[in-house]
Design a protein around this ligand. Structure first.
Ligand SMILES: NC(=O)c1ccc[n+]([C@@H]2O[C@H](COP(=O)([O-])OP(=O)(O)OC[C@H]3O[C@@H](n4cnc5c(N)ncnc54)[C@H](OP(=O)(O)O)[C@@H]3O)[C@@H](O)[C@H]2O)c1
Length: 280
């Protein structure tokens, strides 16, 4: 059994590489596989003949996507389509990672898998199109919607907690306090995906840190755990204009997999900060 990981140079791809998957791993960073080429995708699937593919490749620059939509669509929609076609041709199951940004954020309670989508941004729309392509082309799919993802590896693409730690040198930060989501520690997501794949029950799943919070509260807790005296000022989204609209509220919960949930987001943050402290 061998597991192919596409987009393996990103933070989630790296978390899968570091995990014990009880199988051989075939990590493919973008330099070894560009998922936007169907011919290349077919070629690597044929060459390695994996028993499972985990697609961690993604265009994740949410604001920049508004200015380069074609690239976002190619990576987030055409890429998963290619992965789904090539894996389906060999009856290989495909795990595809999607996002809470497929929702419009107008809910008053956590979103489950059967709630209607309504993305607000190019990023969200391209990710939703990627989901549809996977459903269309490979019935052996696990679409995993996650949210507010972070890992402890500073070498990887930046994430919110690592950015806030860099900004701590200023002694004060302003953070949006009226957007709510489910912070997800990448190693926790990896464990949940492993469990999900073990069920053999294909479908769409919400797997994110349990519970939810605001960016403001997440930042306050982060600094407290790291013993950093930083003044955190709450600001409204309207004071922080950015190119892409974000859902105001995108806390995720699952109806599909009540037996597979992630630890509370607070637990993820504790493990993340403990790890950073240990590493000095
Ligand atoms: N980060 C979050 O908060 C979050 C939340 C919900 C869902 N997700 C989803 O989770 C997945 C993994 O996200 P992440 O946080 O690990 O993002 P990431 O760190 O940006 O990793 C994405 C990886 O995909 C690679 N990539 C970009 N275009 C590619 C292409 N054409 N072919 C192959 N690889 C390509 C990137 O390479 P380069 O860096 O060289 O471009 C990067 O290594 C994505 O699908 C994302 O949409 C992320």
């Amino acid at each position: 059994m061998s597991i192919m990981i596409t987009g393996s140079g990103g933070q989630l791809g790296l978390a899968f590489q570091q995990a014990d998957l009880q199988s051989g791993k075939i990590p493919l960073p973008i330099s070894q596989l560009d998922v936007t080429s169907l011919a290349d995708v077919r070629q690597v699937i044929e060459a390695f003949s994996p028993s499972l593919v985990i697609n961690c490749a993604g265009y994740t620059k949410v604001d920049q996507a508004e200015n380069e939509p074609d690239l976002a669509w190619r990576v987030n929609a055409v890429g998963p389509r290619n992965m789904a076609i090539a894996t389906a041709e060999r009856a290989i199951p495909l795990v595809h990672i999607s996002t809470d940004y497929v929702f419009d954020g107008r809910a008053e309670r956590p979103y489950h898998e059967f709630d209607s989508t309504g993305p607000l941004s190019v990023y969200g729309r391209s990710k939703l199109a990627g989901e549809h392509a996977v459903v269309t082309h490979n019935p052996r799919h696990y679409i995993v919607r996650t949210a507010w993802l972070y890992h402890h590896e500073p070498g990887q693409s930046s994430n919110f907690p690592l950015t806030m730690l860099r900004l701590a040198v200023h002694g004060q930060v302003r953070v949006v306090s009226d957007q709510y989501g489910s912070p997800t520690y990448a190693p926790h997501l990896v464990e949940a995906v492993k469990a999900l794949v073990g069920t053999g029950a294909f479908g769409t799943y919400h797997l994110a840190g349990s519970g939810g919070t605001s960016w403001y509260e997440l930042t306050r807790r982060l600094y407290a755990h790291m013993d950093l005296a930083v003044t955190v000022t709450p600001v409204a989204t309207t004071e922080f204009i950015r190119p892409a609209k974000r859902p105001r509220y995108s806390i995720l919960r699952t109806i599909q997999s009540p037996e597979i949930t992630l630890p509370p987001w607070e637990e993820g943050l504790l493990q993340f900060t403990a790890r950073l402290k240990n590493e000095g």
